[in-house]
Design a protein around this ligand. Sequence first.
Ligand code: SF4
Length: 440
Amino acid sequence: MTAVRIAPPRWPDQLLDVDAIAASGWRPAPFREFVAKVHQRCNLSCDYCYVYTMVDQSWRGRPALMPAEVRTATARRIAEHVGRHELADALVVLHGGEPLLAGVDVLTGFVAEIRSAVPASCRLRVGLQTNGTLIDDAAVTALAAARVTVSVSLDGGPAAHDRHRRYAGGAGSHARAVRAIEMLAGAGALGGLLATIDLSQDPVECYEQLLAHRPPAIDFLFPHATWTNPPAGSGYGRWLCRVFDRWYDAPVREVRVRLFQSLLNLLLGGEGGNEQIGLSPMRAVIVESDGAIEQTDALKAAYPGAAATPWNVLTDGFDAALWHPGFVARQLGVDALGPDCRACPVQRVCGGGHYVHRYREPDGFRNPSVYCGDLRILIDHAARRLRADLTGTEHDDPGHSRRPPADLRPLQRGDGGSHGGRPADQSPAEQADAAAAGGR
Ligand code: SF4
């Protein structure tokens, strides 16, 4: 007889008691961020991409271009959700694959459709996440006219960027990405830069390469990994500490680094955070190119189908998904954390890190982050720096000296440079929006 292996139940899908949570009076917050996968394919073959290189290969069975009927249904469902929940603001992110493969006319037509459907009482912002390679003058003009804010993936200098972000033939994409950044910045349509951390790159050099483009914001992203598929290399925490010191010690605030702003905000007792840190409720929902309503697509790094739900915008509204265990788990705050994180002294600031990084076969997402040690190093370091500055004491982290008191002025008064902005300048809602706009 052949033994049948029964997989143990996985948290939250089979183990989170949503009925009991509802009976307790808890209610989910409505979605506020709608990520539309307008084109399923990409013209690059980045080696760390979670869509094409990791365990979930569901993109193969979906249409490359989101069909017109799905775009129309998506616009209608967003408007319906916004109206039903009387949302004062919402964010739509055009995503992929590479969304510009859809063609700029399709994209701006889709944006117009959404804007005309959504109630005028809602402040609707639209972002687009791109690798930058398909940006040209016509695209910049059309996107700027459609009030679409564009974020570009850039991992640092040419060597670091082109090590990972290449065309299928092996050529790098850095030069085209930089050209796109310059064009978008010139049109006032650049939202920010997204950099996936590459440990082989000097952290300060990487930061300064990104800063040289004078972006409004920079997101540093941990490469997606889980306990089952651990990250390559180690030292992410120390790498980020060096960038933090360079950013924090600048005499003026040169750029918004969302991870660091969230970190300081949380250390100072504030709420909020972003997808990588803190306990804020996650309020983003994905629409795949076939209309499937899904959870954050970073979950595709965990196991096949991890992001899936039974619903589709062609037949269902977004409210149907609000009580899905996966979405509920992302809004439960500390109640979604496993025992190690609950006992952790930095739990409120860290929040267990990015949800997908907690995944471990076979039990699911109730574990510390696979980047736990790195998060702890960064959080403790930032806390020491902050404590030393606020109390006038020496901080005891080897290799770092206390910042001169004069440098506190930008932090205290927010009198940064032209790209200035301190933690308090960005509300938790804005930080969460920015993270959602980040994508991959
Ligand atoms: S991931 Fe690690 S550092 Fe973060 S809350 Fe959990 S135990 Fe603490």
